[in-house]
Design a protein around this ligand. Structure first.
Ligand code: SF4
Length: 271
């Protein structure tokens, strides 16, 4: 009896062969292609008209939603349209304007500090190089890459909380440190894909592959995902978890691009 049981165990628990690096790279590139079909309109979800506005909006987006930032920045940019204006701002007035984004004292220090540095060290223009951007107060690698990729057309991978979570679920990396994640993903894709890949992954994380309840049953890349089943697999229940335009709701931008299929976000106070 014992022998039979042992035999059965041996035949039924044969582990699947680990995925080769080549197979993982092929699967990753397929995921990127599929996401490009699902989100042909993927874009930065912060409203901005120039590199300075994008830099400020990205600093404000820490620990809050892009929607909240977009609802806050019109009044801020009307009051302080240039780095010179913001460098000379009264901190209390800035705090008041950006209060809805949270951590408003620290963010005010960053905004006035980075504006002063741009005025004094870079002739009043946001620098277009990573090494220069990260010298600005409150600007880390992630913020610098957002600005480079979207205001200067320099390819960049932006590892935020969504990006890190999804690429670990997809087994593109098993590392936590954002710089290491960036390096691992950079090794899988050509540079020309980096910026749009970042938008697509973040779009998918915000709409479908949520942190606590991923909508696996409504996920277009489920067949390519080794973490399928981590979330809701029932198609009807999963559909109810979809957010923004996929769930039939407004997006995060007050002025979305023309090809965006959903409604624009409501202005502050109209939610
Ligand atoms: S199948 Fe589930 S875990 Fe995988 S990407 Fe889709 S929602 Fe995320």
């Amino acid at each position: 009896m014992k022998t039979t049981k042992a035999k059965m165990t041996r035949t039924t628990t044969k582990p699947a062969a680990p995925e080769s690096r080549l197979a993982m790279v092929r699967r990753a590139r397929r995921i990127n292609r599929e996401l490009a079909e699902v989100y042909p309109y993927a874009h930065p979800e912060l409203d901005f008209r120039n590199p300075f506005e994008l830099l400020v909006a990205t600093v404000l987006s820490a620990q809050t939603t892009d929607l909240r930032v977009n609802q806050t920045t019109p009044a801020l940019f009307a009051a302080y349209p240039t780095p010179e204006d913001m460098a000379a701002a009264d901190p209390e007035r800035v705090e008041e304007l950006i209060r809805p984004t949270g951590f408003f004292r620290a963010k005010t220090r960053s905004l006035i500090g980075l504006s002063t540095a741009i005025r004094d060290n870079f002739g009043g223009e946001v620098p277009g190089r990573l090494d220069d951007l990260v010298t600005l107060p409150g600007v880390g690698r992630k913020t610098a890459n957002v600005v480079l990729g979207n205001a200067f057309g320099v390819p960049g991978i932006t590892v935020d909380t969504h990006f890190g979570r999804l690429v670990r679920r997809w087994k593109w990396t098993d590392r936590e440190d954002p710089e290491k994640v960036e390096a691992d993903v950079a090794a899988i894709f050509p540079k020309s894909e980096w910026t749009m890949l970042s938008h697509r992954v973040v779009f998918h994380g915000r709409r479908v592959c949520h942190s606590r309840k991923p909508a696996c049953g409504a996920c277009p890349i489920a067949p390519l995902c080794p973490s399928y089943g981590e979330g809701e697999t029932d198609p009807e229940k999963a559909k109810k978890l979809l957010k923004y335009e996929l769930g039939g709701y407004p997006g995060q931008r007050l002025s979305p691009p023309p090809d965006y299929p959903g409604e624009p976000a409501p202005p502050l106070g109209a939610e």
